[in-house]
Design a protein around this ligand. Structure first.
Ligand code: ATP
Length: 436
């Protein structure tokens, strides 16, 4: 992880927030390459659900919502984690994750295991961030930063249904920020207090929910594999009775094996009609669906797929990182699948003479209108290749002395380091074909 965090900073993937002021704990900013990588992941998610399917609509609901939403959803009373304090060192821990935590006095031990540890009994701590709406800082103006994007979908489900040509079964997808005042954030961008979720709620007829639940499990696992992740590092974790969230009838997590162990990257939940019935009751508005074929009304059941954009970005980065020894030297490679790589191709003139930079720049400008491309004419070619390996650029296009006379270039493959000779006017098509 230390190597990944350091590469992320050095090469402009992720920086610590407010670093010039010493940083803000567990808050991170995405640099030029990080924002491109995360956007590619979000685009793939959006395209696979909203664009490629005709039974899912998109939504972008506000972060701030009526406070009654969070009462009805159960978050005000139930969105809590058990918290314990250590009276000796004043550190705080999640009572249900003590085994994963380290005692600040003795990092080789978990909290409570060292002789001087003095832990309090667990007490419930609400994870929602509170703020005030308007000029008065009083209880009547308390408002929450949403802890999940899902509620914006539930309270809009009839709006979407009535304004689109959908009928049940159908889904609503949304990507947006969520906030949780986590007790123990950490592991880089794995657990932060501000993060981005990619959530899809699929509304189905009660009775068909279990079948849809299985379908969505299959679809979601296939999506993660499509990012090029190592299948051996992905697995399912089924929530046992004691683990289920307050809203869920069944839940499975997709887990990835990070350097710090197996952890959840996406949750698939059968939320039944829990949320819609709570909102119907609390708002006094009918949220039932009218089914013409049977001339009947019912509250749909909801199958939810909920992934963290930051967590999936970390997964893709951790999965891509590798070190190899080549001719006695260490080569660091981010082996991103071309579809998610932030830079797809680099254009490198071998020498800064004989018209090579001019030809290279012409190609670079032509490519970058369609394909994220990087231009670099400084330093030895070997070093330039290594720099591209380190940011995961799949192909390096080298302009050499034959380019002007033969109208051809070499294309070097990041993973095998082999080279192909390709006609100058075929480069764009060659790349587009491989990017699918
Ligand atoms: P955990 O048990 O790890 O706290 P959770 O079960 O509360 O997670 P969900 O409520 O199911 O998580 O959230 C769905 C997804 O949102 C998670 O799979 C994860 O990818 C992402 N997510 C949740 N909390 C965070 C966080 N604090 N930082 C980054 N991503 C998060």
């Amino acid at each position: 992880m230390d190597k990944l965090v350091s590469l992320a900073k050095r090469r402009g993937f992720v920086f610590q927030s407010s670093e010039v002021y010493g940083g803000l704990g567990s808050v991170w900013d995405y640099g030029p390459l990080g924002v491109a990588l995360k956007r590619n992941i979000k685009d793939r998610w959006w395209n696979s659900l909203v664009q490629a399917r005709d039974d899912i609509e998109g939504l972008d609901a506000a972060i701030l919502m009526h406070p009654k939403v969070w009462e009805a959803s159960g978050h005000v009373s139930g969105f809590t984690d058990p918290l314990v304090d250590c009276r000796t060192c004043k550190a705080r821990f999640r009572a249900d994750k003590l085994a994963d935590a380290r005692c600040p006095q003795k990092p080789s031990k978990a909290p409570g295991e060292h002789s001087t540890c003095d832990l309090t009994e667990p007490r419930q701590f609400n994870l929602m961030f509170k703020t005030f709406m308007g000029p008065m800082e009083e209880s009547a103006s308390v408002i929450y930063l949403r802890p999940e994007t899902a509620q914006g979908i539930y309270v809009n489900y009839l709006n979407v249904l009535n304004s689109s040509r959908q009928a049940i079964p159908f889904g609503i997808a949304q990507i947006g920020k969520a906030f949780r005042n986590e007790i123990t954030p950490g592991n880089f961008i794995f657990r932060t207090r501000e993060f981005e979720q990619m959530e899809m709620q699929f509304f189905v007829k009660p009775g068909s929910d279990e079948e849809w639940f299985e379908q969505w499990r299959t679809i979601r696992m296939a999506w993660h594999l499509s990012l090029g992740l190592n299948p051996d590092k992905l697995r399912w974790h089924q929530h046992g009775a004691g683990e289920l969230a307050h809203y869920a009838k069944a839940a499975y997590d997709i887990e990835y094996e990070f350097p710090f162990g197996w952890q959840e990257i996406e949750g698939i939940h059968n939320r039944t009609d829990f949320d819609l019935s709570r909102h119907q009751e609390a708002s006094g508005k009918k949220l039932e669906y009218f089914e013409q074929a049977t001339n009947s009304r019912f509250l749909p059941y909801v199958v939810e797929t909920s992934a963290g954009a930051d967590r999936v970005t970390l997964t893709v980065m951790a999965d891509a990182y590798r070190e190899e020894t080549v001719e006695g030297e260490t080569r660091v490679v981010m082996g991103f699948a071309p579809q998610v790589a932030p830079i797809k191709a680099a254009v490198l003139p071998l020498m800064k003479k004989d018209g090579q930079p001019e030809l290279a720049l012409e190609l670079y400008h032509d490519l970058r209108a369609k394909i994220p491309t990087f231009y670099d004419d400084g330093g030895a070619i070997g070093r330039r290749y290594r720099r591209q390996d380190e940011v995961g650029t799949p192909w390096c296009i080298t302009i050499d002395h034959e380019t002007a006379t033969q109208r051809s270039v070499t294309i070097r493959h990041r993973d095998t380091m082999t080279q192909d000779r390709v006609g100058l006017d075929q480069v764009k098509g060659w790349l587009l074909e491989r990017l699918g």
